[in-house]
Design a protein. Structure first.
Length: 287
């Protein structure tokens, strides 16, 4: 038997037939005999990429278990969401330490908003939670290339992933719409998309928003004084930090619940910056 060419795991996987990947997922990738067979099919890179292999084994083991339970009709939604969460964590890790905590806060906010908004609208909780978990999966790509819209690219990534794990087509459509529009390029047309947009926006406000501004200031080599000056300016110049300041000052929310939360959260903002300005000016005068 000819030895398969040695390529990267990603290249091997991309070249593999979709039906082969589906069959591998269906029968379970973690069984020893099948693992060895796939190693031969995918080449030596299967063993060389130890970290990637462990991640794939973990995902595919969960996916295999899901497929078995799906045939029994048990906990389908929960198993799918667990796979989604694993994928979300992996993509968030590519962006930085702050990414996964942000996603967790957005998921929590989506849950809180939906509790009240569900009184007046029918909300698909699976669609909402899945969209919240996946809304920033392309953010690391946008960080490397400013011309990319992570909402648009993320929707495409989510569609392929959700199709692979067997999500319902209609739910996929709704999830992808919510992800695509959360970056403000177009208006959300579903309640799930509106809630995701609002939850993501709320995480830019209040005490968390203030903390995030100063993290961004450090990352872009801005001083406290410069941040205060930007906050005081009526039309601050375009920058990473100033864009966040504009979000604090001018909220754009769709749901009544989010609007009420925003008022409470932002009550601290003016007080904080007024106190900060006094302290900065006092220190400058005393030098």
């Amino acid at each position: 038997m000819d030895t398969p060419p040695q390529t990267t795991l990603r290249e091997d996987t991309d070249k593999a037939e979709p039906k082969l990947l589906e069959r591998a997922l269906r029968v379970g990738w973690t069984r020893p005999k099948r693992h060895r067979r796939l190693a031969r099919l995918f080449g030596n890179a299967w063993e060389e990429n130890t970290k990637s292999t462990k991640q794939i084994n973990c995902q595919c083991s969960s996916a295999s278990q899901f497929c078995k339970r799906q045939r029994r009709g048990e906990n389908m939604s929960q198993e799918k969401l667990e796979l989604v969460e694993t994928y979300s964590k992996e993509q968030a890790a590519k962006l930085g330490l702050h990414a996964w905590p942000h996603i967790q806060r957005v998921v929590h906010l989506c849950t809180e908003i939906s509790k009240l908004e569900s009184r007046n609208a029918l909300i698909d909780s699976d669609v909402l939670k899945t969209a919240a978990l996946l809304h920033d999966i392309a953010k690391h790509l946008e960080k490397g290339d400013g011309s990319i819209d992570h909402g648009d690219v993320g929707a495409s990534m989510a569609e392929k992933f959700l199709q692979f794990i067997g999500f319902e087509e209609e739910k996929i459509r709704l999830v992808c719409h919510a992800i695509r529009v959360h970056t403000h390029r177009e208006e959300p047309t579903t309640i799930e998309a509106q809630i995701l947009h609002d939850a993501d926006f709320l995480d830019k406000l209040g005490a968390v928003g203030i903390a995030t501004i100063f993290i961004k200031a450090c990352l872009t080599n801005r001083t406290i004084e410069e941040v205060v000056e930007a906050f005081e300016a009526e039309t601050p110049k375009q920058s990473f930090v100033n864009a966040h300041i504009r979000w604090l000052k001018k909220t754009h929310l769709y749901t009544k619940t989010a609007q009420e939360i925003a008022v409470k959260r932002n009550a601290i903002v003016s007080l904080f910056f007024r106190q900060l300005k006094e302290e900065v000016e006092w220190n400058a005068q005393s030098v």
